[in-house]
Every structure is written in C-alpha cells, then in structure tokens.
Ligand binder design. Structure first.
Ligand SMILES: Cc1cc2nc3c(=O)[nH]c(=O)nc-3n(C[C@H](O)[C@H](O)[C@H](O)COP(=O)(O)O)c2cc1C
Length: 232
C-alpha cells in the first residue's frame, strides 16, 4: 500500500476493541516519531508510553471520558519543553557534535544566534514553539501507525494542566501537548468507521502563486545568511 492509501485507511478511531498492539509495531511507530525533523534539530519534546490500566482510567477522567484512552493498547503522551535555555540547547548540540566527532564549539555561533532571538520572543512563545515541534513528531507517529495497520486517535481533548500534575511533569521542564492512543478499531461499534473521509477540496486547499500575485512590498529587510552560522 502507498502512503496515500494508508492515510485514506486511517481515521480518528472513536471505538477501540482493547486488543494489544505487538511491541515491534509500537517500537516502529515510536522510531518514526523519533525521526521527525524539528526546529534547529533540538527535538524539544519527548513521548511517555502508558499501558497501566489504572493510570489510563485516571487519564480518561480528565480527557472528557473518551473511551479510546482505556480501550487502546498503548497511550502515547507527547510532552514538549516548557522553554529554552543555554543549558538545554548546549546539551543537544554537544551531544550532536560528539556523535559527529566535531568540537562542541562548531555550533557556538548558531547557538548564540538562536538564544538571542528566542530571548526577544518570550517564554510563552518558547513553549508554543516547542509544542509545535512535538506535533510534527505526532504526525509521523500517526502516519507510521497507518502504515503498520494500527489505529490511532489524535487527542487534544484533555486537561493538560491536570495531566501534567498526574504524570509529575510539573517542575520537570515539560508540558503535555497531545495524546495518541494506539490500538485496533471496534468495527461493529464505531460510528465513524464507514463514513466517507472528507477533506477541503483540492482547489481550495492548494494555491499556486507567482510574483504577479504577490504584494508589492517595497522594503525587504536585509538578513544574515543562516549558512554562515552553521558551516565552519
Ligand atoms: C490535534 C488534533 C486533536 C484532536 N482531538 C481529538 C479528540 O480529542 N478526540 C477525537 O475523537 N478526535 C480528535 N481529533 C480527530 C479529528 O477530529 C480528526 O482527525 C478529523 O476530524 C479528521 O478525521 P480523520 O482523522 O478521521 O481523517 C483530533 C485531531 C487532531 C489533529
């Protein structure tokens, strides 16, 4: 099956049947999530995997009682950094340079540039920026699950503050962003399973533009070239 066929097969499963997903499929989905690109390669998020039924019951109670939380096989909780710091960013870049056999200082100019930029944007922006990166990983997990014929329901319908408290994320530097229960559809009891998949018509979704369609912006800022920070 092609990726497009897999994406047509998948849907936001409303009723799961409780069947276990084999560990190798879960590992494959987690690996795909780990391979997601992220801004500056920081991977400013992580995934918490939960199978404990008693804990899942508690999470369901703060997730509008959505049954997929307890009928799934594995619940993936995506959690992103609550902000940036020199220590956090250096930690990632130093590890990257060690893996590539390069001196830690290789990324110093780039690191200082992003730290200076982030400082002007504020802590809320930082948390939001990190959360957006976690959604890219989340989308990779959704696509990988579809490829493995594992059902997955994207879930934003939960109380993040309460979940952060329950999972001891408060004070850890992470905030929960989104949930992904993995499991198998309960064909007989899921009202959505045979519904037509509906998307915005292609003509409305995709716009092609040329300079003739663009605004006549007189003054464009002069920007430094990013490559000069990353290449030595
Ligand atoms: C970020 C995000 C949050 C969502 N939250 C929920 C949710 O809490 N519960 C739910 O049943 N579906 C949720 N959905 C599923 C969407 O409603 C669904 O993906 C959309 O209607 C398209 O349908 P499809 O995924 O079946 O193709 C969410 C989807 C996304 C991407």
């Amino acid at each position: 099956m092609s990726l497009l066929e897999d994406l047509h097969w998948r849907y936001a499963t409303k009723k799961m049947n409780g069947e276990k997903v084999p560990q190798e499929k879960v590992d494959y989905i987690l690996r795909a999530a780990q391979m997601a690109p992220s801004s500056s390669g920081l991977q400013q998020y992580k995934i918490i995997v939960i199978t404990d039924k008693a804990l899942l019951e508690k999470i369901k109670s703060i997730s509008y009682n959505q049954s997929q939380i307890t009928d799934c096989s594995h619940l993936l909780v995506f959690a992103a950094w609550d902000g940036y710091s020199e220590e956090r960013i250096s930690g990632v870049f130093n590890y990257m340079m060690d893996e590539r056999g390069l001196p830690h200082s290789t990324m110093d100019d780039y690191k200082n540039t992003i730290l200076t930029l982030y400082a002007t944007l504020g802590k809320d922006w930082e948390a939001h920026h990190a959360a957006k990166q976690s959604y890219i990983s989340f989308a990779m997990a959704i696509a990988a699950a579809a490829e493995q014929k594992v059902d997955a329901t994207p879930i934003e319908g939960f109380l993040p503050d309460k979940l952060d408290e329950l999972l001891k994320l408060k004070g850890s530097g992470y905030k929960s962003t989104v949930l992904l229960p993995l499991g198998y559809r309960d064909e007989a009891n899921d009202w959505l399973v045979n519904m037509k998949k509906v998307r915005t018509p292609q003509a409305d979704f995709i716009t092609e533009m040329t300079l003739a369609d663009a605004a006549d912006v007189e003054e464009m800022p002069v920007m430094p070239s990013l490559g000069s920070f990353t290449r030595k």
